[in-house]
Design a protein around this ligand. Structure first.
Ligand code: GLA
Length: 413
């Protein structure tokens, strides 16, 4: 008899806590698109510039091609929490506060992102979230924040799975659907465990304005180039998909690369179904930068609803051939020249008979022809029945979408 009373008491708390442990579903069903302050402003952010960025996101047409998140990175916060432990914006640089900024941003048809850190301090030395997770989540929800990037500085001895799950639960309990962007630089291989925790997770260290290698900047800080990031980001390919994306870091397009490099960088981020978070000063963009980041055909490949990251199909003499399955049996194909010198490449479509374990998609160009569309010239280029003689400039790409042609009807006679 006693046991009958005890049993529900034993089971109920387990069920209750389990129900709390989830992230918001239905968010980031395609890779998030927006802008972040970090790559161009670093720690120097203020309300005036951010409002100008919000205006530019609308006036330039960026919002209308999908870039909707306006994310404040490190240093929006005041140096100390208030007397009751609440986080608040730096009063000099953000005099109107974050709620007013959120209202402004929402009024423009955009969404607001904030940044914090799983440690006691952010990478820039501002107050981190550790020990204040529930309090901060309530604050973010009250301010009507839409996106939270959660960094990994000052976390000695902290377990990433527990720390990120705590913030995920706190956000969930606060009740406002907020995209949760985990930024622990791929250290604990989040692609192996974070699907139920974050909507995206960084797979590498910080991107730098260099195409190759790792650069050391002193003080233990280093940056990773575009090419090694592409390589590192392939490790967790199978884990990336709608609602849980591999994040190879924000874009450096428009920050000083050559046009070829910018095009290659942007193309490969689209092929990888990466979040497209711009990092340039969009108030003053060159025509070339604008054309790259607003290429609707490239964006459509990134945002394809199948949500499958590309895979490497072939490699020869510094040229890599990447394939990304798309909905309706279409494919995106990107030839990346990793060398600084131009490379000639003969594309024999018929050599490609591919079977992708991750998506279950297969393609065999011997068995059926495809129509070829060039993503950067915006022109049809015949069919996969004839081979292509290409010259790809150094650090550049040729990128196609191929669409199956209807099979010729068999003659009944
Ligand atoms: C880390 C992150 C960067 C940026 C800075 C801010 O290095 O990886 O993306 O947020 O912190 O301090």
């Amino acid at each position: 008899m006693k046991f009958r009373f005890l049993l529900p008491l034993l089971i109920f708390p387990i069920v209750w806590f389990d129900a709390a442990a989830q992230k918001f579903d239905g968010l980031a069903l395609t890779p998030p698109m927006g802008w972040s302050s970090w790559n161009c402003f670093g720690m120097h952010i203020n309300e005036k510039d951010i409002i100008e960025i919000a205006d530019a996101m609308v006036e330039s047409g960026l919002r209308d091609v999908g870039y909707v998140y306006l994310n404040l990175d490190d240093n929006w916060q005041a140096k100390e929490r208030d007397f009751n432990g609440f986080i608040h914006a730096d009063a000099e640089r953000f005099p109107s506060g974050i709620k007013a900024l959120a209202d402004y941003v929402h009024g423009k048809g955009l969404k607001l992102g904030l940044y914090s850190d799983a440690g006691c301090k952010t990478c820039g030395g501002l107050p981190g979230g550790r020990g204040h997770e529930y309090q901060d989540a309530i604050t973010y929800a009250r301010w009507e924040v839409d996106y939270l990037k959660y960094d990994w500085c000052n976390t000695k001895g902290v377990d990433p799975k527990t720390a990120y799950a705590t913030m995920r639960d706190a956000l969930y309990q606060a009740g406002r659907p907020i995209v949760f962007s985990m930024c622990e630089w791929g250290k604990s291989r989040p692609w192996t465990w974070a699907e139920d925790t974050g909507h995206l997770w960084r797979t590498t260290g910080d991107i730098g304005l260099h195409f190759d290698g790792i650069q050391y900047h002193g003080g233990g800080f280093n940056t990773t180039g575009v090419l090694p990031i592409i390589d590192l980001n392939t490790q967790g390919r199978a884990a990336s998909g709608p609602g849980h994306w591999n994040d190879p870091d924000m874009l450096e397009v428009g920050n000083g690369f050559t046009v070829n490099q910018d095009r290659a960088h942007f193309s490969m981020w689209c092929m990888m179904a990466a979040p497209l978070i711009l990092g340039n000063d969009i108030r003053k963009m060159s025509r070339e930068t604008r054309e790259i980041i607003m290429n609707k055909d490239a964006i459509a490949i990134d945002q394809d609803s199948l949500g499958v990251q590309c895979f490497l199909a072939y490699e020869q003499d510094d040229v890599q051939v990447w394939f990304k399955p798309l909905v309706n049996n279409e494919w995106a194909v990107c030839l990346l020249n990793r060398s600084t010198e131009p490379r000639k490449f003969l594309l024999h479509w018929n050599d490609y008979k591919l079977s992708d374990e991750v998506s279950g998609k297969e393609v065999n160009f011997n068995k059926g022809a495809f129509k070829i569309y060039n993503i950067w010239t915006h022109k049809e280029e015949g069919t996969t029945e004839s081979l292509k003689k290409l010259t790809i400039p150094g650090h550049d790409v040729v990128m196609y979408k191929v669409t199956p042609l209807p099979k010729p009807k068999k003659n009944k006679n």
